[in-house]
Design a binder for this molecule. Structure first.
Ligand SMILES: Cc1cc2nc3c(=O)[nH]c(=O)nc-3n(C[C@H](O)[C@H](O)[C@H](O)COP(=O)(O)OP(=O)(O)OC[C@H]3O[C@@H](n4cnc5c(N)ncnc54)[C@H](O)[C@@H]3O)c2cc1C
Length: 403
């Protein structure tokens, strides 16, 4: 039977990086993945260019960009392996990249560069990689190590790292394996749910807006009550079934089913003042005035909702204009759900951080068993935060493994 210092399950972002770092430390590493292709999620990320980190991460205040029962859990790993560290690795490999906006860094050419770099690091660390290779069973041995029944026979290791990710995009290999292993070892998990996901609305109620599908505009979008209010200034995209775009994906990670979201569709203008001014000076239809501040298609759909808005602005009552301004600046709606794991970029919830050491990611009740990356109840904002968590948690784990 083959013996390893560590078996890492899942050759995605976290697993590949952990394998490379552990291998370079001199550990004998086996990396397994049930998929034929390596790191498919990296390949499709960031529109094919992988938004691989974010310069704006505030490691002292991780709750600003990370969601979970205890967002501060990730402070230790994030502060010991920072965006600058990953950037230095990219530079060492000569991979060109650029900043888009809000600190988001993308590969210039393609996400394939990033995958090649991770594979090169694994090769430099002498990592053995079996792919495709599933795992049927994981059990402890009398000596305090682990035994795994894999598609290529039974192997033994003193340590096992679970890097099998979340449930998003099952079509490219996502499974609940990590959550099942956590339960097998009686570790608590936080109920998973889709995050960074488009929101959907009741078909009949959405009908007037469905014709806006494809329209994008900058908005302020918020959810929560006075205490939990979270706001994003980002683009919103109308779809046939609801709303998407960066603003909606961000807010979806904070949205609680049954509660409303509120959207300011004209965040850059003082609408009550602008409409009052238009009423004084303009002979145009209200819809034409409105089209200065919001896209014309949205203006058309909006005034269609009320007869009093379908006339020259000078003839509109002050009350009708105030109602229009209020409804555009505070459009409140209750999503019926989300597009689910098929479209979600991440999975919220996962292995409860109270079960893990923030220094090494080892399960405190189960020595030698580690969880890293998205399988853990740490979820980042859109914008490179999830990959940085994958790198940082993988690094903390790789440095904590026993040689
Ligand atoms: C469309 C899309 C775009 C994204 N874009 C970005 C972005 O630009 N920036 C960013 O920061 N984040 C992005 N993300 C999120 C990011 O991809 C994930 O957070 C990150 O990949 C998580 O890394 P991970 O290693 O934990 O899991 P993954 O990368 O998902 O890797 C898990 C691996 O485990 C394997 N596996 C699963 N189950 C088993 C099993 N039973 N046996 C063996 N192997 C198994 C899978 O095949 C997979 O290779 C995006 C996600 C999606 C879906």
């Amino acid at each position: 039977m083959q013996n390893f210092d560590v078996v890492i399950l899942g050759a995605g972002a976290a697993g590949l990086f952990c394998a490379g770092v552990a291998g370079r430390r001199g550990l004998k590493v086996l990396l397994l993945d049930h998929s034929e292709k390596v790191a498919e999620k990296i390949r499709i990320s960031g529109g094919g260019r992988a938004n691989f980190t974010n310069r704006d991460i505030d490691v002292r205040q991780p709750h600003k960009h990370f969601v979970g029962e205890n967002p501060n859990f990730c402070r230790s790993a994030l502060s010991r392996y920072t965006p600058a560290d990953f950037i230095a690795l990219m530079q060492k490999h000569g991979i060109p990249f650029h900043e888009k906006h809000k600190g988001q860094l993308f590969c210039d050419r393609s996400a394939g560069d990033l995958i090649d770099m991770l594979l090169a690091e694994c090769a430099a660390g002498g990592v053995t990689r079996w792919q495709p290779c599933g795992v049927q069973a994981l059990r402890t041995t009398a000596e305090g190590g682990y035994e795994l029944d894999t598609g290529r026979g039974t192997v033994q290791a003193r340590q096992v790292v679970i890097a099998t990710g979340g449930l998003s995009i099952p079509a490219i290999g996502a499974t609940d394996f990590g959550h099942r292993i956590a339960r097998q070892f009686k570790l608590r998990t936080i109920e998973p749910r889709p995050g960074l996901v488009p929101l959907t609305f009741d078909g009949a109620a959405w009908a007037p807006y469905a014709e806006l599908a494809g329209l994008a505009l900058p908005v302020l979008i918020e959810t929560g009550d006075k205490k939990t209010r979270t706001v994003f200034a980002e683009d919103l995209l109308f779809t046939h079934r609801g709303l998407s775009g960066p603003g909606v994906l961000q807010i979806s990670s904070y949205w609680k089913p049954g509660t409303p979201i509120r959207i300011n569709l004209a965040p850059d203008v003082d609408l009550p003042a602008a409409l009052a001014d238009a009423k004084q000076r303009s002979r145009k239809l209200l819809v034409n005035e409105l089209a200065q501040w919001v896209p014309a298609r949205l203006a058309d759909a909006w005034v269609a909702q009320d007869k009093e808005w379908q006339r020259p602005v000078a003839e509109c009552s002050d009350r009708a204009l105030a109602r229009l301004a209020e409804r555009l600046a505070r459009w409140e709606l209750v999503p019926t759900g989300t597009e689910g794991y098929k479209k979600a970029e991440v999975t919220l919830g996962g292995v409860d951080t109270r079960e893990l050491s923030q220094q090494t990611m080892e399960a405190t009740k189960q020595p030698g068993l580690y969880f890293i990356g998205e399988v853990v109840d740490v979820t980042g904002w859109l914008g490179g935060y999830n990959f940085q968590w994958a790198w940082a948690s993988a690094h903390a784990c790789a440095m904590g493994l026993q040689p």
